[in-house]
Write a new protein. Structure first.
Length: 317
């Protein structure tokens, strides 16, 4: 837990600095760097490489005109998101989703230290604070992050959809966030294949298989790209197929991800498609958020109807 806090504090410092900071300055300002000399340098180098492995662009630059000493900083342009420019209808849809899923019932005092985003569809109504809840305080998420950064083989009990829980052994490569859901991705030791596991389906604590061992237990394969990971389809031989009717923008996006049109564009401008469903919850969230009608399978149609009914009840006068 202390290491995770140290890394978060290091990111905050290197993002906020107006000039490169020396290692001694970093050690003075970031709690957790109690070492000195060569031990301090090795500790910082390990942290820096772990952050770079997680996609944080820690850069090095001279701190004077002669280049006699170098300091460290995070390139804001490479780390930050571009400005989000939303149309009025997009702002309204995002505001509705945010109120329904993350802002309901929050005490205003509880969000004073959290990031705020103006998502109100009425520019004259003023900004409304919205919490982006990524469950960063979850002990399970912390344990998995530590296993990923240290490359430690782990075990846990996992319950796939429609099947009883079973023990899994994993070499975790990355944590991936998709459509509001966390997954841990890595090499499933028993199946000798890459798999993704939804954190909400993990039924036990995460245990290291070699808790006293020094150094990493495995190496991440060259070319592994966490950005291209999709959830494992159904944890079995194939994903169920859904039949939907979608507007043309949502249909085009679905086709990019493997959907196939089965009928031409209708008089109402909507397209009928079939597509594989790897993650039922994520699929229903996509359908509800994009006004996509789920036709089949019946259980996903019923779930989409249930969520829409709850949303309507929340916004009804």
């Amino acid at each position: 837990m202390r290491k995770v806090e140290r890394l978060v504090n290091l990111i905050a410092l290197l993002l906020d600095t107006g000039r490169p900071l020396t290692l001694d300055q970093v050690a003075e300002l970031v709690p957790g760097y109690e070492a000195s000399g060569e031990s301090l340098r090795r500790m910082f180098e390990r942290d820096k490489e772990e952050l770079r492995g997680l996609g944080v662009p820690v850069e090095r630059a001279p701190i004077d005109a002669w280049g006699t000493e170098e300091g460290y900083f995070i390139d804001r342009g490479a780390y930050g998101m571009p400005e989000v420019d939303l149309a009025p209808d997009e702002r309204a849809a995002l505001a509705l989703a945010a109120r329904a899923w993350s802002g309901a019932g929050l005490d205003p005092a509880a969000v004073s230290g959290l990031a705020k985003l103006d998502l109100d569809p009425d520019p004259g109504a003023g900004p409304e604070p919205v919490r982006a809840d990524l469950h960063g305080g979850s002990p399970l998420l912390v344990a998995l992050l530590e296993a990923v950064t240290a490359r430690k083989r782990i075990a846990f009990s996992y319950r796939p959809p429609g099947r009883p829980a079973a023990e899994r052994m994993l070499e975790p490569y990355a944590l991936v966030h998709r459509r509001g859901t966390w997954y841990v991705v890595g090499h499933d030791v028993d199946r000798d294949a890459q798999r993704s596991f939804r954190l909400s389906r993990i039924q036990s604590d995460v245990r290291r298989l070699r808790p006293g061992a020094r150094g990493p237990d495995y190496e991440i394969p060259a070319g592994f790209d966490p950005g291209g990971i999709q959830p494992t389809a159904g944890e079995s031989g194939g994903a169920p197929i859904a039949l939907v009717r979608a507007g043309q923008p949502a249909a085009r996006l679905a086709e990019v991800h493997g959907a196939e049109p089965v009928e031409p564009v209708g008089a109402d401008g909507r397209v009928t498609l079939k597509l594989p469903v790897g993650d039922g919850d994520g699929f229903v969230a996509w359908a509800v958020g994009n006004t996509v009608e789920v036709i089949e399978p019946p259980e996903l149609r019923a779930e989409a109807r249930r969520r829409l009914t709850e949303l309507l009840a929340m916004v009804a006068p």
